[in-house]
Design a protein around this ligand. Structure first.
Ligand code: NAD
Length: 295
């Protein structure tokens, strides 16, 4: 079994590190938070005093950190030049495409194989080992990362070269954010026109308006399968994280010269929703915010 350094044991990383330990790997875990380290110890990981200690002698390094600046800091202070050059480096955080490409180039220049491998799926999927990974990097780096990622997920897809995993993640989530808003405003209009939400669901879910935000994650309580809407918009994908991903998509759109008018509008609406005290609510809760607006 391999020695795996795992840095960032928060909501997502805690469960992911536990799954690597459960599979028999020797997981050397580090987080700035003592509480996160204690939890990792209970799930079979070895808590370390620093990222450098965790990474030294590692066969594989996984990072699951909040944003690009944290990934850059950890890679430049404690991973590149500290881990053996044979180690496979996997950053599973959601970060900007530019930082992902920069760190992969720096790692490669020092002889490392590295993938950016962000995930789709929330805390429950991280705990259950059923995340979907979208990975960017060379075919050799992907082949080395895949056995580790598959212990934490149900699907591991090679998206392309460096940064392609992050590109896939933000494009997917931009589509999700925009389609959720479109689904919410459609239900609001349908109700104002006197349609019963369940009846409208029955029609539209089998007609050309059908989409995942409606049929798998319906924002109307009591309609469709059980979703966060049935739990007062708790326990799903926080609006703050949707806003983070929409902002990353807008940064990438600006840098690449792509026109994304609906992505830009979605980012503005989620900013208004999150800043009105709903940052911790599930992102489908934006239906109530839209309902409260005057046409
Ligand atoms: P989190 O804030 O719960 O965890 C991040 C952890 O990183 C914290 O425990 C923090 O103490 C630690 N950390 C920060 N800087 C550090 C450093 N320098 N050294 C060591 N540890 C450090 O965040 P999360 O919800 O686990 O999300 C992690 C990443 O996964 C983010 O990029 C997020 O966008 C992405 N993501 C989250 C979800 C979700 O549902 N929570 C879903 C998909 C993707």
């Amino acid at each position: 079994m391999a020695r795996v350094a795992f840095i960032g044991l928060g909501n997502m990383g805690g469960g992911m590190a536990a799954n690597l330990a459960k599979a028999g790997h020797d997981v050397r875990a580090y987080d700035l938070s003592e509480a996160a380290l204690d939890k990792a110890k209970q799930s079979g990981c070895l808590p370390m005093g620093s990222a450098t200690d965790a990474v030294r002698d590692a066969d594989a390094v996984v990072t699951m950190l909040p944003a690009g600046k944290h990934v850059r800091d950890v890679y430049e202070s404690s991973v590149i030049g500290v881990a053996p050059s044979t180690a496979i480096l996997m950053d599973c955080s959601t970060i900007d495409v530019a930082t992902a490409r920069e760190e992969e180039a720096k790692a490669q220049a020092k002889g490392y194989r590295m993938v950016d491998a962000p995930v789709s799926g929330g805390i429950a999927a991280a705990d259950a080992g059923t995340l979907t990974f979208m990975a960017g990097g060379t075919p050799e780096a992907f082949a080395a990362a895949e056995p580790y990622l598959s212990l934490m997920g149900k699907a591991v897809i090679h998206a392309g070269g460096a940064g392609a995993g992050q590109a896939a993640k933000i494009c997917n989530n931009m589509l999700l954010g925009a389609s959720m808003i479109a689904t919410c405003e459609t239900f609001v209009l349908a109700q104002k026109l006197g349609l019963d939400p369940q009846t409208f669901f029955d029609i539209s879910s089998q007609a050309s308006g059908q989409n995942w935000s409606m049929t798998s994650y319906c924002p109307v309580p009591g309609v469709g399968p059980e979703t966060p809407a049935d739990r007062d918009y708790s326990g799903g994908f926080a609006a703050a994280l949707m806003l983070k991903d929409l902002k990353l998509a807008q940064e990438a759109a600006l840098a690449s010269g792509a026109a994304t008018p609906l992505g830009a509008e979605a980012a503005q609406l989620y900013a208004l929703f999150a800043n009105a005290g709903h940052d911790g609510d599930d992102f489908s809760g934006i239906i109530n915010f839209i309902r409260g607006q005057k046409g």
